[in-house]
Design a protein around this ligand. Sequence first.
Ligand code: ADP
Ligand code: MG
Length: 729
Amino acid sequence: MAELRFKALEEVFSRQPKEVILPSNEVTDFFGEKVFDRFKMEKFLNREAFQGVMNAIDKGTSIDRKMADQVAIGMKAWAVSKGVTHYTHWFHPLTDGTAEKHDGFIEFGDNGNMIENFSGKLLVQQEPDASSFPSGGLRNTFEARGYTAWDVSSPAFIVDTTLCIPTVFVSYTGEALDYKAPLLKTLSLIDKAAVEVCQYFDKNITDVETSLGWEQEYFLIDEALYHARPDLILTGRTLMGHGSSKDQQLDDHYFGSIPERAGAFMKDFEIEAYKLGIPVKTRHNEVAPNQFECAPIYEEANLANDHNQLIMDLMKRVARRHNFRVLFHEKPFAGINGSGKHNNWSLKTNTGVNLLSPGKNPKTNLQFLTFLVNVVKAVYENQDLLRASILTAGNSHRLGANEAPPSIISVFLGSQLSCVLDEIVEKVSSRKMTPDEKTEIKLGIGKIPEILLDNTDRNRTSPFAFTGNRFEFRAVGSSANCATAMISLNAAVAAQLINFKKEVDKIIEKGLTKDEAILQVLKQYILSSEKIRFEGDGYSEKWKKEAKKRGLTNINSVPASISKYLDKQAKRALIDTGVFAEKELRGRVEVEYEKFTKKIQIEARVLGDLAINHVVPTALTYQNKLLENVKGMKDIFPESVFKDLSGARIDLIKEMSERVTSIKEYVREMIEERKIANKIEDLKEKAFEYDSKVLPYFDKIRYEIDKLELIVDNEIWPLPKYRELLFTS
Ligand code: ADP
Ligand code: MG
């Protein structure tokens, strides 16, 4: 049985890095060559169509059928010039990836001859056979079929010989069945809410765009080893495996020199990414062995998210050329760091100002503080919603598990900014301020850019950290679609800004100046959201206790966290603002419960299978060897010598018997629990049952298996070990 493992190791040892050649000396020569961007549109579209698309992108105007036909013609001409034969509507269903169905351009012409065609109708809307995508009961009836619709704001691109058109996926009754549609809604929601608030400071601000810069962490595993691990193949993580004697203790991987084979892989997928217009910029080794990170220059959030989905797909494909598999799972290996996808988030105005970056004078700084404090307040009020948006079966091993940060949402601001907020609380009073008081406050606020300039404190343990000119939502899981986190964050902040505007206006009506009113509301917010601010070590036991005292929530159970999508506060952010209809949100929550259940179900099956069919037989083989050995000793040694010598072996045989018995017993019990859970119809109840009854067996079974791994003859152990998975390639 161990043959596969040793063959795999031999293969790994013989591998050489693949040569990767840059298509041209300068990246700018081929950057975006596979994207139908503004320049190509200008070239391939007639004036009217080009203007139409520009207006649609910049001003949100609609594109009529005639114009769509013109765009389609130009798009096809460009695509065909690049050797494209097919097109697809590319969308983000509520699964872990993207979906596409390719259709050829070919059609029969009027004379029965073959022609290539692509019409506006096909560009604008399509009806994929959508019945197999998760919808949470929204598409149960025949009427509620789904269709995809062109997202003009994200440019079409080419993968291989297929033209991909980014689309939203909605049901015929209007419910969103994907991640993109609600993301777009929250982006325009926050645009409107932020512009209204900006009007207090600058009448020229008419547009606010959300920026997203994601940092994608991942592991690389050699494909031969991967193939010898059914758990990796089927679940994306190892369900067993004793820790390697050396893993990340010495911090020798982080920012170390990139191993050659991994480096070749990175260069290769980066070239592909450049061609697709994805501005990847940063690459480095991460903390755990074989763990890496890639990050682009930030972009408008919808485009950034498309690019993240695209690059994950790209990385998986390019990895194969290098005999690697890339793991996006949040916790592929127990005991070492898991992978996240930090979402760097900020707001940018049409006047070129980053609202989360301190300005140069008291006025722009008051604007900065307004947005900063509102975000903090939004996070405080919506901690459960934000957690619900990121806590999945995979990410639960990263958050709240033994070796990871707890499932508590907190905000880090850094000591200097904290001082500024304290000062506001201290100096702003609820009555009209004297001119002297105003000047003092203005002076204080005016100093912010100087103090932030050397604000180097970074807190890597905070789930939501301010990093100088943006917030970094660090708790997002590596395999997630960023949209889930962004939808909740945008909606929460937008709802908060809308409230803020109302409260400030009320005070202005009472006769206070605008600045006074703003400062007063900010003061209230700073005080009422103080509990969410935490500057210390977010991984410590002390923080768990402290957070509890503060009344912050700490939810480790995935279904319990999902259920928060439907509590009052979440509905305020998601339903009252119009992002979702009640029915839509409920459907989505059902999908989340079901996803969780299915993931645990699959893992339970794989674990049971590996335990009974791989591990137990191996243990018994070795046990028999020991038994033979003991019997042989008994034959040749006199009784007294035998007794002295065989003790240790007999203890080992006993230990193995006990562990094998436990494994068999636990697996049997786990299967029984699954049977009970599977009979439950209600998706929520079922998820809770899987969580509380099935999941607890994972650790118990694994514990016994990992102990056996330490005892059983290395020569016959079937599964590549952690030290091999993590250190050989
Ligand atoms: P670190 O690992 O130190 O946090 P990285 O350089 O790996 O930093 O990633 C930082 C990410 O934040 C990049 O994607 C970067 O483009 C993005 N970013 C920088 N400034 C902003 C901003 N104002 N808004 C959104 N994202 C930003
Ligand atoms: Mg980074």
